[in-house]
Design a protein around this ligand. Structure first.
Ligand SMILES: [Zn+2]
Length: 153
């Protein structure tokens, strides 16, 4: 038995809006997002902290986070950037003891909204948000070129 909530998500025993999955990794929306599209990338095999994580798996987690950040820029969420953050250990405010990389979409000038999101951590239509990110991943797979972008002026 395992009372780790992320292991239960991997096993399909706890609900999550998944956006990506492969043999070793799973990515899903944070249930308490700081910003719309806030996603977590986790190893499927339980590792509480970096201390317990295979280095190669750690590299794969970051690679997936990198791709997700690019996908979210290409998605309807149209992020301008992202924070990729991994809190390792309780001393670093890791709240769920299963390694996870946060991918938090950012927009130009979103400082106030980000601060508010940090306090409220309310979900934003997770079904549509997860679909938008999966579309962004598909766009990334289909073509290396970025879609139409508004002129910077
Ligand atoms: Zn776990």
């Amino acid at each position: 038995m395992n009372d780790c909530v992320f292991c239960r998500i991997v096993a399909g025993e706890a609900p999550a809006a998944k956006v990506y999955e492969d043999d070793a990794l799973c990515a899903f929306l944070d249930i308490r997002p700081i910003a719309r599209g806030h996603t977590l990338v986790i190893p499927k095999r339980h590792a509480a902290e970096l201390e317990d994580l295979d280095a190669e798996l750690g590299a794969r987690i970051f690679r997936a986070g990198h791709r997700l950040a690019l996908a979210i820029r290409r998605s309807r969420l149209a992020a301008d950037g992202a924070n990729l953050v991994l809190n390792d250990g309780r001393a670093a405010f890791q709240t769920v003891p299963h390694v996870h990389l946060h991918v938090i979409p950012r927009r130009h000038g979103d400082t106030l909204r980000f601060a508010k999101g940090f306090l409220l951590r309310r979900p934003h239509d997770p079904v549509a948000t997860a679909a938008a990110i999966r579309d962004g991943i598909a766009a990334l797979d289909n073509k290396g070129a970025s879609p139409e972008k508004e002129n910077e002026g």
